[in-house]
Ligand binder design. Structure first.
Ligand code: GLY
Length: 568
């Protein structure tokens, strides 16, 4: 961190990171709801956001910044930022060309449909989450390098270098991170041969410095050798030796053969706005489009934000969209996912033919329609816009917080536990209560169904909004609420991100809502309509950017975590 940024960080700490902070010695601005002229990065950690903006100021574009931020988050946000996991990057160039780079993990070639079942055919608890068998073949490094090769302006070594410096020199952990490290301490100790950097002699406290020498070495190999610095050579040998130690199944062939895939985004019109989002193997984009399509005919604006009618309508739409997810969505390289049919307006409106404005449906009476899991909460999203209007929305994950908590043999990076996103036994709910079917069963080389929903919205053909969220099954509904908060309820982007959230996912048949998001009278009225409601802690952590009518960029960073908007 240079002197200016150190000063900026101190100011941020002292001010509690609220409002706008301007560094007098540079034109970098950070805080909540900030507005800038040129570039903006909103991510889960201020180090990641600042690094993205610095790359832009060196001449990099939004993809350079997104890749720099992605590698930086692997260092400063090990809860979910990663090189041992996967994700989706949605890119919209200033000229309006859109592409999704799918770097979702894949099941290893030795994987099989019954690999998590015991002899009686029952699911062996923990196997798909806490062990070496939980890891899919990581995709992040290939995906970020592919994106950079196609769109980046700066040399790759320049883009990855700040992450290397951050790992070598260290950074001050936040209060939330110190609590996360301490809460996970026993897992780090139990599951690793030698102690990872996330464990120290005493417990962590806010402001302690986390230095990651092994991770820096791994990043240097990637800097010097590109994808081969990860998928072959020393790093690959260490991943394989880690697999051998823990009876995992990722092999040399899996690593050699892993390739990210370019996919065409799914798109839809919502009240004249163009929604651009990710296709399968994430179900998130289709769910988002179905939700918007199902509520579109109703006067949300007149009914009001968080009114009884609005919440009832949205919940009934969610119930129907998630029923479809359980049946028709999976890896399009392994099955025909009829995204066109599932997002067709006629089909979507037909799904609401049983909607009753006065009372709740029962999920057991709502089946998937006739046309086309839960995921852990710890994923992360970042949004990037540069001075030329190039935009990038990235959601990336290890699945669980810190993945399976296993560091691949002295590489410094955590392995994912993404295999749990498969339906490990069709019909059996996963850890978040989502059920899946054959379409998402484990098969060698297949990508597990995701909920990640990085999304871009256009208004009159121009870039308008970039958004996404972590939160497992709650990702699509969080993104949906932020979009409708802006379009239907006229909120600015920070208000839209701050707005209280609720969620329904067909099964279990209940509405979860953030404590204090809905008042007790409203909860009572919804219960009288037949809804079951449960309050819980934060839902999602949306990081979003809105382009204002004068072209300025406005950053909405979610206060539910240590998220940070940074721009210039
Ligand atoms: N593991 C979270 C997701 O892909 O939805």
């Amino acid at each position: 961190m240079n002197k200016n940024l150190a000063l900026l960080f101190l100011t941020a700490l002292l001010s509690g990171c609220s409002g706008e902070i301007v560094n007098k010695n540079s034109d970098i601005v950070e805080g909540y709801g900030i507005t800038t002229d040129s570039g903006m990065v909103v991510s889960a950690h201020r180090e990641g956001s600042v690094i993205g903006i610095e790359i832009m100021k060196k001449g990099g574009n939004a993809v350079d910044a997104a890749v720099a931020t992605g590698f930086a988050l692997a260092v400063c946000y090990p809860e979910a930022g990663n090189i041992g996991g996967g994700g989706f990057m949605l890119i919209r160039t200033g000229a309006g060309m859109c592409e999704v780079i799918d770097y979702r993990e894949k099941a290893p070639l030795f994987a099989s449909a019954d690999m998590y079942l015991d002899k009686l055919g029952n699911v062996t608890e923990g196997l798909s989450l806490e062990t070496h068998l939980a890891s899919g073949v990581p995709g992040s490094v290939d995906g970020m390098i592919a994106a950079h090769k196609k769109y980046g302006k700066l040399p790759f070594r320049e883009v990855i270098q700040p992450a290397i410096d951050l790992a070598e020199k260290g950074f001050p952990v936040t209060a939330e991170q110190s609590a996360d490290f301490n809460a996970n301490r026993a897992h780090f100790i139990e599951r690793n041969r030698s102690l990872p950097a996330f464990v120290k002699d005493s417990l962590w406290k806010a402001g302690d410095t986390l230095i990651q020498k092994d991770l820096a070495e791994t990043l240097i190999r990637i800097r010097d050798n590109g994808r081969e610095g990860f998928y072959s050579g020393i790093t690959a040998r260490r991943i394989i030796s880690e697999m051998k130690r823990g009876n995992g199944i990722i092999s040399e062939i899996d690593l050699n053969e892993y390739r990210s895939v370019s996919r065409i985004p799914v798109t839809a019109d919502y009240k004249g706005f163009k929604i651009i989002t990710v296709p399968p193997p994430s179900g998130g984009g289709i769910i988002l489009i179905q939700l918007l399509g199902m509520v579109e005919p109703y006067p949300l604006r007149d009914w009001g934000f968080h009114s009884q009618k609005t919440i009832h309508l949205i919940v009934e739409a969610e119930r129907r969209a998630y029923a479809d997810r359980s049946e028709y969505m999976g890896d399009p390289d392994f099955m025909k996912v009829n995204a066109g049919q599932l997002t067709a307006k006629k089909y979507i409106l037909g799904r609401m033919s049983t909607f009753d404005e006065k009372s709740a449906s029962l999920s057991r009476e709502i089946s998937p329609g006739s046309p086309g899991t839960e995921t852990s909460e710890e994923t992360t999203h970042y949004s990037v816009v540069d001075a030329d209007g190039n935009a990038v929305a990235v959601t990336t994950t290890l699945n669980g917080t810190f993945g399976n908590s296993i560091v691949a043999d002295s590489t410094g990076f955590l392995l994912n536990n993404e295999m749990d996103d498969f339906s490990v036994k069709p019909g059996i709910p996963n850890m978040y209560g989502l059920v899946g079917g054959e379409s998402n069963s484990v098969q060698p080389g297949k990508r597990m169904l995701s909920s990640m929903t990085p999304t871009i919205v256009e208004k009159e053909g121009k870039l308008f909004l970039v958004a996404g969220s972590p939160g497992g099954s709650t990702i699509p509904t969080s993104v949906f609420q932020v979009i409708t908060n802006v379009i239907d309820f006229d909120m600015n982007i920070q208000q839209a991100v701050d707005g209280g959230r609720f969620h329904h996912q067909w099964l279990p048949d209940n509405i979860i809502f953030e404590k204090n998001a809905l008042d007790s009278l409203l909860v009572q009225k919804l219960a009288e309509m037949g809804h079951e409601l449960k309050s819980r802690s934060a839902i999602g952590r949306v990081n979003a950017i809105q382009i204002l009518s004068d072209g300025k960029r406005s950053g909405g960073a979610d206060k539910r975590g240590n998220n940070s908007a940074c721009g210039y």
